[in-house]
Unconditional design. Structure first.
Length: 246
């Protein structure tokens, strides 16, 4: 799996956070696994893995089950806690809207495809109607309702390769959507393609980064070196390579 490489030392708390994130993602990909397997796969010491797994279990992200192997030995399987929540994903490519429910382990529970009637209401009104209807279909495990913990919306975009510009099909910017930038708490970028990162290249109001616990300015900004210089204590160089370990 992809691993994080850092060219300089960081504090122990940050190392713990990064290792915990890597372990959680590894368990999510495998479905079920063991502490020893995590240690070997991520090249982390078993004590470091055990500390991180214990924290994740205490926080409710993971659960651990005692099983009997085919050889009659006791073992403890680690897996994502399915009761933690589900995420809702919406993909819009007019006139089609797809909406899906996925658990924290990455398993898709339900998918619906809807044809939107764009002749009357605004797009956001149509999307909200379908989302509200979808959310009424609650999910239960062992008579316990699983909460919705995340919502993502994807829209197609057109890329001008000559100018290096990205044009959203539905809306050109946050202003058209009446979204206040101050209301955005976190932004997650999956990869460094222009249709995912183009809107960040012109960002230069660096004071808004003050107070963040971690900044990883990869390829989403032309001011990467300046950000690393301004926030050396919380900024990290990104890339594939070694895993941090205590």
């Amino acid at each position: 799996m992809d691993q994080l490489k850092l060219n300089s030392a960081v504090n122990a708390n940050l190392q713990n956070t990064i290792n915990t994130s890597l372990i959680l993602n590894h368990v999510r990909k495998l479905g079920t696994t063991y502490r020893s397997e995590i240690s070997k796969a991520l090249n982390l010491s078993l004590p470091a893995v055990s500390r991180a797994v214990d924290r994740l279990i205490e926080s409710g992200y993971l659960i651990e089950r005692k099983i009997i192997t085919k050889l009659g030995r006791q073992a403890h399987e680690v897996e994502i806690n399915a009761l933690l929540g589900v995420s809702i994903g919406i993909s819009i490519e007019l006139p089609t809207m797809k909406i899906a429910r996925m658990d924290m382990a990455g398993r898709i529970a339900t998918v619906e495809e809807i044809i939107l009637d764009t002749g009357g209401k605004r797009i956001e009104e149509l999307v909200m109607e379908q989302l509200e209807y979808f959310l009424k279909q609650r999910q239960f495990i062992d008579d316990r309702e699983v909460p919705v913990v995340a919502l993502t919306i994807a829209v197609p975009a057109a890329i001008d390769l000559d100018r290096g510009e990205v044009y959203a099909v539905l809306y050109r910017n946050m202003k058209e959507l009446n979204i206040n930038p101050e209301s955005i708490g976190k932004i997650v970028i999956s990869h460094a393609h222009g249709d995912h990162t183009g809107g960040f290249h012109g960002f230069s109001d660096f004071k808004r980064l003050s107070g963040l616990s971690r900044i990883v300015p990869c390829h989403c900004t032309q001011h990467k070196s300046k950000i690393l210089k301004m926030f050396p204590d919380v900024s990290l160089e990104c890339g594939a390579g070694l895993v941090l370990e205590e």
